[in-house]
Design a protein around this ligand. Structure first.
Ligand code: ATR
Length: 273
């Protein structure tokens, strides 16, 4: 039987087993997907288990995405640009790493705000960590002409902008006000919003009325940022779809079937939050 996993530390909060086991059951595939608690110190030993053929592959979550990246035998070029992997495939004694977070971001917006990138001229991305790199790669792949990357620590935003190249200009969070009137999309890639925390100096009221606001945080589903956007009558897309869509390529690689992100799956995961 094909075995897949999600590794992280802690791991009990992960919704990935719920998603993959839903698909395994839906498509009648004999396989398993389990959550395994692997602290960073044990990850090298876990890679040896993978090379020995115990698993077909699996997912990597916080805090192991960068470390797993460095341990892979092979990586896809986009994972190399993002410098992190969230998906592993094991075959022939080798571990191949890829990053499907950027596909999750695109799949979520394509499904929930169709046509979101048509004529989109400027995007504001908040945050310059690992998740932000995946979102920036996604936006670049859709040829967005101008991206403002705003971060609390401007040096980090500058490093990411230089590293990823393209139409990305770095700034501070406080520069939101002056950039907002031209932005068609705002993406929160910081951890702000998790457990009710909120931004201090982001005034969504300065955005055009047609702007779309999306958040990669999905606990809570409606973050304070999304609630404010909704109160202003702006369009919003929550972060849960990104989690669901990033899971698609992994399932296909391990179990041979491209799974669908259905309303039923979303409800199942939503009910577990
Ligand atoms: P991830 O891999 O999930 O992106 P990360 O690499 O730790 O996580 O990045 C977290 C992001 O949230 C960073 O952009 C961080 O800003 P700094 O680079 O200045 O640290 C941002 N962030 C976290 N807490 C924040 C806060 N209270 N105010 C502003 N930004 C915050």
């Amino acid at each position: 039987m094909k075995r897949a996993f999600v590794i992280g530390h802690p791991i009990t909060h992960s919704r990935s087993p719920l998603i993959h086991n839903y698909w395994l059951k839906l498509y009648g595939i004999k396989g398993s997907y389990e959550a395994i608690d692997v602290p960073s110190d044990d990850i090298e030993a876990f890679f040896e288990r993978m090379r020995a053929g115990e698993f077909v592959g699996g997912n990597v979550t916080i805090p192991n995405k960068e470390l797993a990246y460095s341990l892979c035998d092979e990586r896809d070029p986009l994972a190399e640009t993002i410098c992190a992997v969230n998906t592993l495939e094991c075959s022939g004694g080798l571990v191949f790493g890829s990053n499907t977070d950027y596909l999750g971001f695109l799949g979520n917006l394509d499904q929930n705000a169709p046509g979101w990138d048509k004529g989109l001229k400027e995007v504001i991305v908040l945050g310059a960590g690992g998740a932000s790199r995946a979102v920036l790669v996604a936006l670049k792949s859709r040829n967005i002409p101008s991206i403002r990357l705003l971060n609390r620590t401007i040096e980090k935003a500058e490093d990411v902008a230089m590293d990823l190249e393209g139409p990305i200009r770095a700034g501070r969070l406080a520069e939101f006000a002056e950039n907002a009137p031209n932005a068609g999309l705002v993406v929160n890639c910081t951890s702000i919003g998790m457990h009710g925390s909120s931004f201090e100096d982001i005034d969504l009221g300065r955005l055009p009325k047609t702007a779309l606001v999306t958040d990669i945080v999905y606990t809570p589903l409606v973050t304070p940022l999304l609630a404010e956007a909704q109160a202003l009558g702006l369009r919003t897309v929550d972060g849960l779809g990104m989690l669901l869509h990033q899971a698609v390529p992994g399932f296909k690689a391990w179990f041979g079937k491209t799974p669908e992100v259905t309303a039923e799956l979303r409800q199942l995961v939503e009910a577990s939050l």
